[in-house]
Design a protein around this ligand. Structure first.
Ligand SMILES: [Zn+2]
Length: 672
């Protein structure tokens, strides 16, 4: 059962000491009533900001120099009056005040840069970085957290910037030596960074739960982020146990983009951990004063969160004067009102997935908000084809999936390879592309895919020779693949569905042809491009990465045919364009009830710097077929309660949706 409030605000308040009269226009009634009218259930209020100032009279540090009253207390009182819950925000990794006062607490980069920030660098998001491994700093933070807890008794603490760069400060070098890591080795420094984050969260979480076992604790430090758990001890997954819930910070117009949230949530939402999607009211991102997110964009991001079983937290920044912006909350309120109406079909639901897709990030890789292209390609292909899928790490159970996909560069351990081989031997299907599953011995660890690794392809780009009618309606042609592939050899009884075609030569100063890459030779090579072996298919080019980078529709069409060979009965068949998204969830409150979410928004690059959404173009009379084990008793659009006619044939419930605006939910209740 979902316990965490669904409609939240994160109210940033990073405020320069050079701005006067902080909070002078704060009006308690206006603040509380504006939030209440916007149907806000929980707000994250600022105890301390990145500039390093407190917004109450702290005994630990310095209240903002131009604030002359307890702003946080007044905000809390205003919220309590309106029955709005609150958490208190504080930050760890960035604190300009303490950075200036305590140079010994700062990170030291391997190049010797203090605070991991060069002098005079002041582009967006550049703050001096304090080190998580510094014990005196950590001790002070514990005192601060205790003070905030005892002073305000919040529902929780929201603790920001649990990040750690490659740090070679005295604390870090000493700790590295103690655990056998070499500070001069980059990989060891990255390992220390992971260890520091997990250790910090464990230490603080246990400390806070000694104070109050019911206190909600969230560390903003990628606890939701997918890595393969190929090294369990340093995996992001370790952090999940130290977070009461997971807030997926993902502002689509900034570094995260529109694919970050769905990839993250499709990994995280299969676990028993509550999730919130955090976007923002900003046109671009945090700190974009004087901007308002397009209503359609805000709707899409929030409704997509509901479809994936997440709550919503919209980021805002309060003006230094303390005056809440009614225009902003009118817009948020419009969306929150609709969310409130949809909630009965969203709050207690479980993901339904048919395909498992392995992630591509190793536990020792740097953690960033950047989306890996192979995972992005898999997401785009499956979402556009309306398949229901989870992203997986190597420790996830796999028996429930009809198909596993290893996109382009999945690192397997021998144990994970054996698990997948066993899954295939028991009737499971696998689609493998690129160098996925190649072990340290330069051979495929998976025995069930029927191929041997020969080496890296000699030519790039090269071509895939597609013959007429072999892949559905994909027309015959030698299709270029832009990314480097591999050469393989098929074992006995392998069915070769396509061969590669090499170009005459690689483009170089010595040999080049025309404006771009070299044309294909007139004969196919002896190197297979696509092979089928039992219920497995292997593709020797990284088609998912290529699709994410270059968007060639033929790649998606080829992959669609391969997936349709491996998955006999998809959960969804839909007469919908590629841009429409279909997500199915099971309603835990109603026996055998399914909620089908359809999102119909157009993500556009309308300007130089970002993708956004402005228009919703309705669709009419679209047919859907949803796989159901039993004949339904009703199919209806909710919350409007508009009943739809349907027929039930061969385990599919078939119906026509008369009109699709932005977000539509359809409830299917099966008979027992
Ligand atoms: Zn350090």
């Amino acid at each position: 059962m979902k316990k965490y409030p669904n409609r939240q605000i994160h109210m940033d308040f990073h405020t320069s000491p050079d701005i006067p009269h902080i909070g002078e226009l704060f009006n308690s009634d206006e603040f509380g009533e504006t939030l209440k009218t916007a149907r806000v259930q929980l707000i994250n209020l600022f105890g301390k900001c990145h500039h390093g100032y407190y917004y109450y009279p702290s005994k630990i540090g310095k209240q903002h120099p131009n604030l002359n009253f307890n702003l946080l207390q007044k905000q809390i009182d205003a919220c309590r009056k309106q029955n709005i819950e609150f958490t208190v925000y504080t930050c760890v990794g960035w604190n300009e005040y303490w950075a200036n006062a305590h140079a010994e607490w700062l990170e030291v980069s391997p190049e010797g840069v203090l605070g991991s920030k060069r002098p005079f660098e002041r582009e967006y998001y550049r703050w001096n970085k304090l080190c998580l491994n510094n014990e005196p700093y950590r001790k002070l933070l514990k005192a601060e957290f205790k003070e905030m807890y005892e002073y305000f008794k919040p529902k929780g603490l929201w603790i920001d910037i649990i990040l750690q760069n490659e740090c070679v400060c005295k604390s870090c070098t000493q700790k590295m030596k103690e655990i056998g890591l070499d500070p001069q080795n980059k990989q060891d420094r990255q390992r220390m960074s992971r260890i520091a984050q997990i250790d910090f969260e464990k230490d603080i979480f246990e400390y806070l739960h000694e104070l109050d076992a019911n206190l909600h604790v969230y560390f903003n430090g990628y606890s939701y982020a997918m890595d393969l758990q190929d090294e369990i001890a340093i995996s992001n997954k370790q952090k999940q146990q130290y977070n009461t819930f997971m807030d997926i910070e993902s502002l689509p117009s900034d570094e995260w983009g529109y694919t970050h949230f769905p990839i993250s949530v499709n990994y995280a939402n299969k676990y028993d951990k509550e999730i919130t999607m955090m976007n923002g009211k900003f046109h671009t991102s945090w700190g974009d004063f004087g901007s308002l997110r397009n209503k359609s964009a805000l709707e899409y991001e929030c409704f997509r969160a509901l479809a994936y079983g997440a709550g919503v937290c919209v980021g805002d920044q309060l003006h230094p004067s303390g005056k809440i912006d009614k225009t902003v909350y009118a817009r948020i309120g419009e969306v929150f009102k609709t969310i409130e109406e949809k909630e009965p079909w969203c709050l207690d639901t479980t993901k339904i997935a048919q395909i498992g897709v392995y992630g591509t990030t190793k536990s020792s890789d740097n953690i960033t908000s950047a989306v890996d292209r192979a995972a992005e390609g898999a997401y785009r292909v499956l979402q556009e084809l309306k398949y229901q899928f989870d992203f997986l790490d190597l420790e996830d159970s796999i028996e429930r999936y009809a198909l596993l996909i290893l996109p382009d560069k999945v690192t397997l351990t021998p144990k994970a390879a054996a698990k997948i081989d066993n899954y295939v031997k028991n009737g499971g299907a696998v689609l493998v592309t690129g160098v996925s599953g190649i072990g340290e011995n330069k051979q495929f660890l998976l025995e069930t895919i029927g191929i041997e690794y020969v080496g890296q392809a000699a030519y790039c780009p090269r071509y895939i020779h597609i013959e007429e009618e072999l892949f559905g309606n994909v027309p015959a042609m030698d299709y270029v693949t832009y990314k480097p592939g591999v050469c393989i050899r098929g074992k006995e009884n392998v069915e070769i569905l396509a061969y590669t075609v090499n170009p005459y030569f690689n483009r170089s100063e010595e040999h080049f042809c025309s404006h771009r890459h070299t044309p294909p030779r007139t004969e196919v090579s002896q190197e297979p491009a696509i092979v089928k072996y039992g219920k497995t298919i292997y593709v020797s080019s990284p088609l998912f990465t290529d699709f994410a980078e270059n968007g060639v529709k033929a790649y998606k069409d080829l992959l669609a045919e391969m997936i349709s060979i491996l998955v006999e009965k998809p959960l969804v068949k839909a007469d919908l364009p590629a841009l429409s998204e279909v997500i199915i969830r099971g309603n835990n409150n109603k026996d055998k009830s399914k909620i089908v979410h359809i999102l119909n928004y157009i993500i556009q690059r309308k300007c130089q710097i970002l993708d956004t959404i402005e228009d919703v173009i309705p669709l009419y009379n679209r047919k859907l077929e949803i796989r159901c084990d039993n004949e339904p008793s009703h199919v209806r659009i909710v919350p409007e309660m508009k009943t739809l006619d349907f027929i039930y044939e061969e385990n599919y419930v078939k119906f026509v949706v008369p009109e699709l605006q932005g977000h539509t939910m359809i409830e299917i209740l099966e008979n027992d």
